[in-house]
Design a protein around this ligand. Structure first.
Ligand code: F6R
Length: 614
């Protein structure tokens, strides 16, 4: 995780860097820092524990002049979040300053060697080891910074995106990446650096996505120079990037999370645009058109993902198996990558990721590729690492998601998985025409029905007040609603810090029901559908133990509504599309409970939006 920004040009660097850091704060917010070289050639480094706003307060009345600088917002890996461990880190001579996103796995070995040579360290970080190593290589071989970075990185095992300054050469920034993203913005006699394009797009839409193992020398007044670790010259590929800056603002909402929850009806329209055609009764998914043979002849699909994206994958499994009769496995990417999986060229791996940068998902993709599997990516962040490392895929097109708790990306992922299942079924003829059209029609109505669910915001906000002081929560559902229960529980724990568990409703009696008493709120997803009667029995079991039931039911429900303590009524849809509606009240419930508790909803503790470390 962590966010990196850099600037070199004729503007004041500091405002560009601070604005950029704010855009990247979703990547981590434990500490922040900036390094600038001023007109007198002095290197000023300011860093502090806390958020970018704390850094701004910290630098008041300090010299922040200079037209070249690098900056960082941190998600701690090595060493606690304090100002000593904050980036930028400087070398012993105080000539070099470096910011880093990633983990240097062999830092302890390198540190031991440098300590033996007399180097001293002020922090517990792997990053400080890297800047000292670069300086050691530079001084002992009389090298330019560019060359020294190249040689030093050959000794490094791990993941990194770095930006380095040398006060002796104030017209140059050297950047490099391996497994962590880095983008260079190419302006008019100025360059920008970012962990993604969001700090850059305000100034230029011309970007170069640095590739794994590449090192770039960014020199004012010169073209970009890029080499790989073996010093082979690479040709920079300058791309145009489209970005709607308005989408990076809160637009009148108190939090990004609430804005993103409310954006969902429009997001699903964007996600379906050009793909779902009700008039012609067809779905069009370019990836399926382009790779029909590979996809239709797959022996099985293996979904790899983490967190919320994994929950979407569980729903995808049901959709694909039910519509297309292709077996689907769903794996946590972090488990899959170390499981020595039985996988070969007959398999299709579907990698799901909002950020497109999750380290475990990327590693799972590389493993699957090495075994010959065909890789399909489902991502949100355009141009991120996963879409660039997969053979094909579908963007979910829900726009930038800034709130750390994923909301619109989840419903976007489920929508794309529904469209994918329909596209495959259309080719394989595994659904009756009637059912196909019914699903298509209903999918098309989902945005309107989502709006109806969002009208319940006030009711849910009132309900949340009752649970502000709860210590535990259980969420349960069956079939398509089981992953929704997992997702509801995850949302609550990550933003309100209330312990919450999601269970398949029938599993309760195999252990977890022992937890149920009058103090225990139990959220039940109990919409009408094939398992409704079964869920009624499960609710009765909870009721008999005096659990307090909050039921998400279909409008007009007669049975569970009478048993539950509180009900949230949502519009009727097909069982397979239920998650697109039932998830929304759970997002709102988590949101309002967290707000009542005074939590930082958009930036919950210990989390970051983009998990680029394994
Ligand atoms: C939860 C959440 C995380 C992410 C997970 C995977 O609200 O946001 O669980 O879903 O870190 O991230 P992506 O989808 O970017 O791979």
């Amino acid at each position: 995780m962590c966010g990196i920004v850099g600037y070199i040009g004729n503007r004041d660097a500091y405002p560009v860097l601070i604005k950029g850091l704010k855009r990247l704060e979703y990547r981590g917010y434990d500490s922040a820092g900036v390094a600038l070289i001023n007109a007198q050639g002095q290197l000023d480094v300011y860093k502090t524990k806390g958020k970018v706003a704390d850094l701004e307060n910290f630098v008041v009345e300090k010299d922040v002049s200079g037209t070249i600088g690098i900056a960082h917002t941190r998600w701690a890996t090595h060493g606690e979040p304090n100002s000593a461990n904050a980036h930028p880190h400087v070398s012993s001579s105080r000539n070099l300053a470096l910011v880093h996103n990633g983990i240097i796995e062999n830092y302890a070995t390198i540190k031991a060697k440098l300590l033996a040579k007399g180097y001293k360290f002020c922090s517990e970080t792997d990053t400080e080891v890297l800047v000292q190593l670069i300086e050691y290589v530079q001084i002992s071989n009389h090298l330019s910074l560019f060359k020294a970075v190249q040689l030093a990185l050959r000794q490094v095992i791990g993941a990194y995106a770095i930006a380095v300054l040398d006060k002796k050469n104030p017209k140059e920034i050297v950047v490099a990446r391996k497994s962590s993203p880095l983008v260079i913005g190419v302006g008019d006699n100025e360059y920008f650096v970012g962990s993604d394009a969001s700090p850059i797009v305000e100034y230029t839409n011309k970007v170069v996505y640095l590739k794994d193992g590449e090192i770039a020398c960014i020199t004012l007044g010169k073209d970009l120079e890029i080499v790989n670790l073996n010093n082979v010259k690479m040709v920079p590929e300058i791309k145009d990037v489209e970005f709607n800056l308005g989408k990076l603002e809160k637009g009148g909402y108190p939090h990004f999370m609430l804005k993103e929850v409310f954006e969902q009806p429009d997001c699903i329209i964007d996600c379906m645009r050009g793909r779902v055609n009700v008039e012609s009764q067809k779905v069009l998914l370019s990836a399926v058109i382009d790779h029909k043979d590979k996809l239709l002849n797959a022996r099985r699909f293996i979904i790899v993902a983490c967190g919320t994206s994994w929950h979407a994958g569980l729903i995808g499994k049901r959709l694909i198996e039910s519509f297309c009769r292709i077996p689907v496995e769903v794996n946590y990417a972090s488990e899959f990558r170390y499981s020595d999986p039985l996988i070969d060229e007959r398999d299709v791996v579907i990698a799901i990721s909002q950020s497109g940068e999750t380290a475990d998902t990327l590693a799972a993709i590389e493993l699957a590729k090495s075994k010959g599997a065909f890789i399909y990516g489902i991502c949100n962040a355009i141009g991120s690492s996963i879409p660039r490392s997969t053979e094909t895929g579908s963007y979910i097109h829900v726009g930038p998601e800034i709130g750390v708790a994923s909301t619109k990306a989840f419903t976007g992922q489920v929508t794309v998985l529904t469209i994918l299942a329909l596209a495959l079924a259309q080719e394989k003829h595994t659904m009756t025409k009637e059912l196909f059209i019914k699903v298509l029609d209903e999918l098309n109505r989902i945005p309107e029905k989502m709006k109806e669910v969002l009208y319940l915001d006030q009711q849910i906000s009132n309900l949340a007040k009752i649970f502000t002081y709860a210590h535990n929560f259980i969420y349960m559902g069956r079939g398509y609603s089981y992953p929704v229960a997992l997702e509801g529980a995850l949302k609550l724990k990550e933003i309100s810090y209330i312990h919450a568990e999601g269970y398949p409703a029938a599993e309760m009696k195999h252990g977890p029901i022992a937890l149920v008493d009058i103090e225990m709120p139990v959220v039940v997803i109990a919409t009408s559908g094939s398992l409704y009667e079964k869920v009624v029995s499960n609710v009765q079991e909870i009721k008999a133990r005096k659990g307090r039931i909050i039921a998400i039911v279909t409008k007009g429900d007669q049975v569970i509504s009478k048993m539950a303590d509180w009900i949230i009524e949502i519009p009727e849809t097909l069982e397979c599309l239920d998650p697109l509606l039932t998830t929304l009240p759970l997002q709102l419930l988590a949101y309002h409970i967290a707000v009542c508790k005074g939590m930082n909803v958009d930036q919950p503790r210990n989390l970051a939006k983009s998990v680029t470390v394994e």
